[in-house]
Structure formats: structure tokens, C-alpha cells
Ligand binder design. Structure first.
Ligand code: FMN
Length: 136
């Protein structure tokens, strides 16, 4: 199974666009055996997706071609045995508190972060959502 993390810059970010992305993501991911989480803020997306190799490769190609964001950059790709967020078709963190500040994003901190640091970020987000009983 493949696990992939990328970052990008939203293009024309608003709540309607985000709702559209999340509803398509959840519908498709459920059908394709993909789970994941999306950190969304006006100045950044960071997304974790995990599932069968071919499904993840196909999804990443669609994501690269999506004009609702730019500067898509792969931050981590790994073969894993276990999912990090098995309960969520696409968990959303729309009020990210445990991540990079706007200044850090502007300064390129996401690109300097290690794959382990990014995985740890998603692990914390999943733990927070589990504690809050977030819908799956
Ligand atoms: C930040 C971002 C995250 C996305 N995440 C997913 C995703 O997890 N799964 C998915 O199928 N599409 C996702 N998409 C949408 C795809 O780029 C593409 O529009 C969609 O898969 C096409 O599916 P449709 O033909 O069913 O609309 C995402 C798009 C953006 C901009």
C-alpha cells in the first residue's frame, strides 16, 4: 500500500470550493479504497492519501492536473503496511492549529520539513479528531 503526502497552494480558496473538493474526494476515495486527511488553509493545502498503489498513482495524477491549486509538490511517498487514518475517506482540518504559521509557510518551512515530521503532523491531527469523535 502506498502513502503519499504533498503540499500545494490553493487557487481561489473559499468554502464552496473546499466543500466541492471534499465531497468529490470522499465519494471517490470510498470507491477506490483510499483514506486520507487534508489540512486546508487559505495559504496552503497539505494532504495525506493512502491506499492501493495504482489508486494512489491515479489520484495523484488527477490532483496534479487540478486547477483549484498550484505549486503541487510531493513531500513524501512510502510503502506502508498500515494506514494512518483508516477511519476517514478524507478527514478535513479546516482550522489547523497544529501546523505551520503563515510566516513559516511563506518562508518555505513545509518544503524543509522531513517526511517524518509531516507524518507526525498527520498523526497528531488524527489523534485530535479521534478524541473529538469526528465523523468518519
Ligand atoms: C487539494 C485537493 C485535494 C483533493 N483530494 C482528492 C481526493 O482525496 N480524492 C479525489 O478523488 N479527488 C481529490 N481531489 C479532486 C481531484 O483533483 C479531481 O478533481 C477529482 O478526483 C475528479 O473526480 P470527479 O471526476 O469524480 O469529479 C482533490 C483536489 C484538490 C484541489
Amino acid at each position: 500500500m502506498k502513502q503519499l503526502i504533498y503540499r500545494s497552494q490553493p487557487f481561489g480558496f473559499d468554502s464552496a470550493m473546499l466543500a466541492g473538493i471534499l465531497s468529490a474526494a470522499r465519494r471517490n476515495n470510498r470507491a477506490n479504497g483510499i483514506t486520507g486527511a487534508l489540512i486546508c488553509r487559505q495559504d496552503m493545502y497539505i494532504q495525506l492519501v493512502e491506499g492501493p498503489d495504482e489508486a494512489i498513482d491515479a489520484l495523484y495524477q488527477r490532483i496534479l492536473a487540478d486547477d483549484r491549486h498550484t505549486e503541487v509538490k510531493l513531500a513524501m511517498s512510502a510503502e506502508v503496511e498500515e494506514r494512518m487514518v483508516p477511519e476517514w475517506d478524507m478527514l478535513d482540518d479546516t482550522n489547523p492549529s497544529m501546523t505551520f504559521s503563515k510566516d513559516e509557510v511563506e518562508d518555505g518551512a513545509i518544503d524543509r520539513a522531513s517526511p517524518e515530521a509531516l507524518q507526525a503532523l498527520f498523526r497528531r491531527i488524527a489523534e485530535k479528531a479521534r478524541a473529538a469523535g469526528a465523523a468518519t
